[in-house]
Design a protein around this ligand. Structure first.
Ligand code: NAI
Ligand code: MG
Length: 376
């Protein structure tokens, strides 16, 4: 029996191609794993009315972790039109299978490493000393989905009772009003902030920065800062501070080398992690882990790239680096280091690279090259 069981979720479009590439690297490095295919994505929405069939999540529950490619998603109207005719009148609504995976497995931590690879022509301003890992809270904050519109008079009155500033909106008719909440719980704040500090301690990093806006978002930002300061005190070897979300946007472009670990609620983390990805090569490299207490799903950040589907043109490095994160999660540190070395050498030499790095190689050729370099 293999040591690990890994759920293998290629999804749609180029998701299938980059996962094939990742498999070349895992097999070549002899990761002692069994891979179990799971259906996910647009295809299953159209055929079955469910982009994440229960058989997939049931299967995942028997595995150690998952690697996921990418899916296609489309607006609600198109989603309805593309259903097979017999499902069209069933009142089905499309939902994001990724969001549901996060909820179903309580994958509260979104970890996004952004490590500049020397010689990568896509590094911003040629900087090679960037190594920033973003910890984004994945289940609450601005994306908790608690929203109102139109707003009832009862809700307006209830809000006015506890929040003096509501007086400015009492005259706006309910149908002209929309309210989205930002929900922070102490538990949610604690577990993401602790994950960031634990990562820093484990990997010998010296700086953790909270990304917030507590002077304006006083209640939620205030709670984040309070929890951050309390947890920071438990890690005296680490320098901890908070930066405002707007200001850090500038600092990250100007002097990214100043930062090591960033932690943020859902929306701020979403924005800041995309910004950080672009400092070190963008979508061909960006990868992430959705991590909970008992399970984790690793994935490239990019989508199904319909215009390249079937062409084996896109860069597999993002998915292969997501595979590296999976190895680290499983405790296979030597294999993770080999994958990093394989990608680094391939980028440095730029003999066998995809179009985004100025090459003409195909997705699977790049995987073979990374494997060859990883084995050196
Ligand atoms: P996308 O990420 O699929 O592609 C945008 C563009 O980025 C591509 O056309 C290509 O120029 C470049 N690109 C993406 N991946 C690349 C790679 N590995 N190597 C080199 N270049 C790469 O985003 P888009 O076009 O906005 O969305 C396409 C579909 O993917 C949509 O249905 C969308 O909903 C879905 N999507 C899914 C995601 C996921 O599965 N996690 C994330 C983002 C979008
Ligand atoms: Mg995003």
């Amino acid at each position: 029996m293999a040591k690990y069981r890994i759920a293998w979720l290629p999804g749609d479009g180029v998701g299938k191609e980059v996962m094939e590439a990742a498999k070349i690297v895992f097999d070549g490095l002899k990761l002692d794993a069994e891979y179990i295919h799971g259906d996910i994505g647009w295809e299953f929405w159209c055929k079955e009315g469910d982009p994440l069939p229960k058989r997939t999540t049931d299967m995942m529950k028997t595995t150690d972790a998952a690697l996921f490619g990418a899916i296609t998603s489309k607006p609600q109207k198109e989603a309805k039109n593309e259903l097979v005719p017999e499902l069209r009148d069933k009142g089905l609504t499309y939902f994001s299978p990724i969001v549901r995976l996060r909820q179903e497995f309580d994958l509260y931590c979104n970890e996004r490493p952004n490590i500049a690879i020397p010689g990568n022509p896509l590094n911003l301003n040629g900087k090679e000393d960037i190594n920033i890992t973003v910890f984004r809270e994945n289940t609450e904050g601005s994306y908790a989905g608690v929203e109102y519109g139109p707003v009832s008079d009862e809700l307006k009155a209830a809000l006015a009772k506890d929040s003096p500033k509501m007086k400015f909106f009492m005259d706006t008719p309910g149908e002209d009003l929309a309210i989205s909440t930002r929900i922070i719980t102490r538990k949610g704040a604690e577990r993401i902030i602790r994950a960031a500090f634990e990562h820093a301690r484990k990997f010998g990093k010296k700086k953790v920065t909270l990304v917030e806006k507590p002077n304006v978002l006083r209640k939620t930002g205030g709670l984040m800062v309070e929890v951050f300061e309390k947890i920071a005190a438990e890690y005296p070897e680490i320098t901890a501070w908070f930066d405002n979300v707007d200001a850090i946007g500038m600092w990250l472009v100007k002097c990214p080398e100043k930062y090591e670990v960033l932690v943020a609620e859902n929306l701020f983390g979403d924005i800041i992690s995309d910004l950080c990805s672009q400092l070190v090569g963008g979508l061909g490299f960006a990868h992430s882990g959705n991590i909970g207490s008992n399970y984790a799903v690793f994935e490239p950040v990019h989508g199904s790239a319909p215009k390249y589907t079937g062409m084996y043109k896109v860069n597999p490095m993002a998915t292969i680096l997501a595979g590296k994160m999976l190895c680290t999660y499983l405790g296979e540190h030597e294999m993770a280091a080999r994958i990093q070395k394989g990608v680094e050498l391939t980028v440095k030499e730029r003999k066998v690279v995809t179009y985004d790095l100025g090459g003409t190689a195909k997705t699977l050729e790049v995987a073979e090259e990374i494997l060859k370099n990883a084995l050196k």
